[in-house]
Structure formats: structure tokens, C-alpha cells
Ligand binder design. Structure first.
Ligand SMILES: *Cc1c(COP(=O)(O)O)cnc(C)c1O
Length: 297
């Protein structure tokens, strides 16, 4: 059977728009803030997830896709939506007991409505999900599938995200992105041109992200690719921790710019860039592109 590449049938908006944001906190320091609107790539696929999925789906060639995520995973939602739009079966392996997740939260309910088969596993099993025995157990339950890791981050995902960097060539000096698994940052940095650098803002605590990005770049590009660094100060306590100070910042940013600010990732990125600019981290004249990787649910 012949398979078209998935992108034309999905009609993603690519390259995503790059919009200047007039913000006095940046202007005062001579810094130009730009918003790279990856949230506008596709209405049904949250943000950067399309870039990470596209080469993986091409490799799957229309076969079923099995992947992993937490109960609020944007990656699971994107995979389920792609499955519905492109007509391939999807299986989502979800961390946590099924009983604890019934009734389904809105994110998992969307996955189910898009036709994703949800399979709940306890935390210990979830942790050992890359163990060959656990994996073959899953495949014997669901049949032959293309397996995509948690968060969608593998070599193909990082390669898919190089396009984000290429779209920004010549248009920014610093390209900044919020990081979960680091797959987007790994590809972004590799796609940028000479004289540009990427900045990652981890939203999880733990300080493991630098090693994860290096490993992804080794798998995807054979070694280090592009200039990148991390600022680990802006996780606000960890994944999905959104204290009132962060919400206040995000509400204010929405008022100033009319941009709906997703709170788990994008708000932490914008907060980080505003703080760094106030600290004088960017020389006057620097163009800073903030990658808007998602929209509020
Ligand atoms: C998944 C996600 C990210 C992080 O992407 P990684 O490649 O896992 O680092 C950032 N922002 C949003 C909105 C996301 O859904």
C-alpha cells in the first residue's frame, strides 16, 4: 500500500508566524522580543508536537502508533488527534491506575474521543516502559505498532524540530523554548544558523535535562549540534507547579499582548525571558524569539 507523507493531508501552518511583541520591559533594555507562534501550527495538535511527530508518523507509514504519557500529556493528545485526522490507530499507555483516572479528565477524554485506546499502567510498570519485556508485553496486547517514547522525544523528533531552527535563521539572535524532555531544544539548536544560539528553560526540576539533550543530539545528529544552554531557575517548583506569582505574570502578559498564555510551559518561558532581560543578560540590540509551544487547554 502506498502512503503519502502525512504533512500535506494535515495542512499544518508552516513556517509558523513570527510576530514582534512590543513590551516595555524588553524595549527599556534595547531587546526585541519576538513570538514564534508554533501554537498556530494546527488547531487540533498542541504546539510543537506536530514537529516532533511528523517524521515519526512518516516512519510508521500508516501503521498503529503506541506511545506513552501522563494523564495531562499534550503528546498523547497530539498523537490521538493525528491518528483521527490521518486515519491510523493509536494506543496511549497512561501512567497511573485506571480507577484513579475515571471519569477521564478533559485531556484523556479528548484522546478517547479521537479514537485512542487508553491503557493504564501502575507507576512501577510505567517507569520500566523501555524494558524489552514490558514493551513486548504491550505489543502482544495491541499487535504490531510503531512505538514512540514518552513525550514523543526520539531522534526523529529532534530531527523534525530542526525545521523550527531553520525557520528562525537570520531572524533572531537567541531562540528560547520551554523544555520538558528536551527534544524540541535538541532540534531547534541543530537547525539554527551561525551566530544564533538556543536557550532552554526546563519546567521540571532535577537538573537531568542537559544530559538528555546531549543524548538526543548524539542519536539524532551523531554528536553535539548548534549552540545551546539551559537556565534551570524557572521551574517554579516542578512540573505542573504554577504558583500565584506565575499566574499573575501570565495574566498580565495576556493583557499586554492578547496572547493566550499556556501555564505549564509557555508562562515559565516568558517569565524567564522577562527576568533575564531585567538582569541585563541580553546585550542591547539582541532579538529574542520566544517559541510559543502551546495554547491553554
Ligand atoms: C511538550 C511541550 C513542550 C516541551 O517539549 P519537549 O520537546 O518535551 O522539551 C513545551 N511546551 C508545550 C506546550 C508542550 O506541550
Amino acid at each position: 500500500m502506498h502512503h503519502e507523507p502525512p504533512a500535506p493531508r494535515l495542512r499544518p501552518t508552516l513556517p509558523s508566524p513570527l510576530q514582534p511583541a512590543d513590551d516595555e520591559r524588553f524595549a527599556r533594555r534595547g531587546v526585541r522580543l519576538l513570538l514564534k507562534r508554533d501554537d498556530l501550527i494546527h488547531p487540533d495538535l498542541p504546539g510543537n508536537k506536530w514537529r516532533k511527530l511528523s517524521l515519526n508518523l512518516a516512519a510508521a507509514g500508516g501503521r498503529a502508533v503506541l506511545t506513552f504519557g501522563g494523564a495531562y500529556s499534550n503528546h498523547l493528545r497530539a498523537t490521538a488527534a493525528a491518528g483521527r485526522l490521518l486515519g491510523f490507530p493509536t494506543v496511549g499507555v497512561v501512567r497511573g491506575d485506571e480507577l484513579a483516572h475515571r471519569p477521564l479528565n478533559p485531556s484523556l477524554a479528548r484522546c478517547a474521543a479521537d479514537g485512542m485506546r487508553l491503557h493504564f499502567v501502575d507507576r512501577a510498570t510505567y517507569r520500566s516502559k523501555s524494558d524489552p519485556d514490558v514493551l513486548s508485553g504491550l505489543l502482544s496486547l495491541f499487535g504490531e505498532c510503531e512505538v514512540i517514547p514518552e513525550g514523543g522525544s526520539n531522534a526523529l523528533a529532534a530531527q523534525g524540530c530542526t525545521e523550527l531552527g531553520r525557520e528562525l535563521r537570520g531572524r533572531a539572535d537567541v531562540a528560547a523554548v520551554a523544555c520538558g524532555t528536551g527534544g524540541t531544544l535538541a532540534g531547534l539548536a541543530a537547525g539554527l544558523g551561525p551566530g544564533q544560539r538556543a536557550l532552554g528553560v526546563p519546567v521540571l526540576r532535577g537538573g537531568f535535562l542537559g544530559a538528555a539533550v546531549r543524548e538526543l543530539q548524539r542519536e539524532a545528529f551523531g554528536g553535539p549540534a548548534g549552540r545551546w544552554s539551559l537556565d534551570e531557575r524557572f521551574h517554579f517548583g516542578g512540573y505542573a507547579r504554577t504558583p500565584p506569582e506565575l499566574h499573575a505574570f501570565a495574566d498580565d502578559f495576556e493583557d499586554r499582548h492578547g496572547l493566550p498564555v499556556e501555564r505549564l510551559y509557555v508562562a515559565k518561558l516568558l517569565y524567564a525571558l522577562t527576568t533575564l532581560t531585567g538582569e541585563g543578560a541580553f546585550a542591547p540590540g539582541t532579538r529574542v524569539a520566544a517559541v510559543v509551544t502551546g495554547t491553554p487547554p
